[in-house]
Design a protein around this ligand. Structure first.
Ligand SMILES: Cc1cc2nc3c(=O)[nH]c(=O)nc-3n(C[C@H](O)[C@H](O)[C@H](O)COP(=O)(O)OP(=O)(O)OC[C@H]3O[C@@H](n4cnc5c(N)ncnc54)[C@H](O)[C@@H]3O)c2cc1C
Length: 430
């Protein structure tokens, strides 16, 4: 009999399915089989590589991915902030990441779960408010059409439907939304200069309004622009017109993409931030974007999706499936998962805000001036190097929640920025 039914076969759902299967817990995944030609979520963090290794898929992922050594940021005035993962692994986390073609990556996660014995059902799960102590349950239509369920409700349902947040909608669960309300257009190009300092580096560029990503993939470049919805309308009617017009009108992107050739359709995503009122209830738990998602500028999405699955697995199932028959113990384990996840969300949001409000660039500018004034080996330069190491650890997911790193950065942003352009000059404008 199936113990756990997972709804949604993105990175969160497939990771959880594979981890539970490794523990011998019987689970099934509802997969609505939606795999568009392109999906956002192509630039990964080093901590995702740790999870790939646990699942035993790194070599296969490497075969279709681009090695990513770090990330660079280009400010409105052309100044650059380049972060590279450290020369050696920190706390066992690899010192590199990958940029991945998402549909292929998702297929690999799914294939791995299948190898481990997970059943995938090609169908959209139908859900309804629960009975008999369950807050939500599979509707008869889904129960009856999946022979593996034998007409019985699984002990646990998992919402990994991403931003569709299917469970929250069925049970009327609220959420807190962030202040931004952007739209993103993206496509794959050839002959588009990435302006990377090292091969594979992802590059984020401040636009006159909004920001853009350039993510190198094998043989092509993923280019996306993230702009306020009202700004997008000034660039044409269709997604294609808007993406091309925004690229052409930008001081840095325009010249970099002068000889470009678009080799994919243009995809549109709304971009906002959201966190659910809660992530579990009687008989269900949420993983990945279904619980909450942060702004994608620093690429935390797939890490958060896969790590949330890892937290559910470790906090609730480290001693096997018996906990599924102990609702109070299960609820306590899930409380721990979401306390950690909320802290992750806060840490990412705090860090991302420093890039949006321009303070990170102002700090960098102050650091440059200090090194010019006092020389390479003077104390301020040593301090700056230490700070850069800490910021890289925050950005890579290795120590994003570290109290020390966060306090040091906060202190530096407040006290070490003087004699430079005000942060507003570097801010991302809506
Ligand atoms: C503009 C933008 C750029 C981004 N860039 C990055 C990046 O560079 N790096 C990064 O790491 N992240 C990035 N992200 C975030 C990343 O895409 C998500 O965080 C990630 O996909 C979340 O994974 P998930 O498994 O939770 O959800 P999803 O990947 O959304 O998967 C959910 C799955 O559930 C399926 N589903 C929905 N309803 C049902 C149903 N009723 N029955 C069955 N199946 C169902 C869906 O079709 C989908 O396959 C970006 C996001 C945006 C908006």
């Amino acid at each position: 009999m199936i113990d756990v039914a997972i709804v949604g076969s993105g990175p969160a759902g497939c990771t959880l399915a594979a981890l539970l299967a490794l523990r011998g817990i019987r689970c099934l995944v509802f997969d609505d089989d939606k795999r568009p030609e392109l999906l956002v979520g192509e630039s990964l963090l080093p901590r995702v590589v740790s999870l790939m290794r646990r699942l035993g898929i790194e070599d296969r992922a490497k075969a279709f991915s681009q090695h990513k050594p770090g990330v660079g940021f280009i400010a409105r005035d052309g100044s650059r902030l380049d972060f590279f993962f450290p020369p050696t692994p920190v706390k066992g986390v690899p010192n590199y990441a990958y940029n991945v073609p998402r549909p292929q990556y998702d297929n690999l996660l799914r294939a791995r779960a299948e190898e481990l014995g997970v059943t995938f059902v090609k169908s959209r799960a139908q859900l309804e408010p629960g009975t008999d102590g369950r807050e939500i349950q599979l509707a008869e239509a889904s129960l009856a059409t999946v022979p593996e369920l034998q007409g019985r409700h699984p002990k646990l349902l998992v919402d990994s439907t991403g931003r569709a947040r299917v469970f929250a909608k069925v049970i009327g669960l609220g959420a807190q939304r962030g202040k931004r309300n952007d739209v993103a257009y993206f496509a794959h190009f050839e002959d588009f200069d990435v302006e990377a300092k090292r091969e594979g580096q992802a590059v984020i560029t401040t636009l006159s309004r909004g920001w853009s990503w350039r993510i190198p993939l094998p043989g092509r470049l993923s280019v996306g622009v993230v702009v306020d919805k009202s700004a997008a309308k000034e660039h044409g009617e269709t997604a294609e017109e808007r993406l091309e017009s925004i690229i052409d009108s930008e001081k840095f992107l325009g010249p970099a993409g002068k000889g470009r050739r678009r080799v994919s359709p243009v995809m549109t995503y709304t971009n906002y931030q959201l966190i659910s009122e809660r992530g579990h209830g009687p008989g269900w738990v949420a993983a990945g974007d279904a619980f909450g998602f942060v702004d994608p500028m620093l690429s935390p999405g797939l890490f958060m999706a896969m790590h949330s699955a890892d937290l559910i697995d470790q906090h609730a199932f480290s001693k096997g499936a018996a906990i599924l028959d102990q609702p109070e113990r299960l609820a306590r384990a899930f409380d721990k998962v979401f306390a950690e996840l909320i802290d992750w969300h806060e840490a990412w949001s705090e860090l991302i805000e420093y890039f949006y409000d321009g303070r990170m660039f102002a700090l960098h500018s102050a650091g440059e001036q200090l090194s010019q004034k006092y020389g390479e080996s003077a104390f301020p330069r040593i301090m700056e190097r230490h700070l850069t190491t800490q910021i890289t650890r925050l950005l890579s997911g290795v120590a994003t929640r570290s109290r020390y790193g966060r306090r040091l950065l906060k202190f530096s942003l407040k006290h070490l920025v003087w004699d430079v352009d005000p942060a507003e000059n570097f801010a991302i404008r809506a």
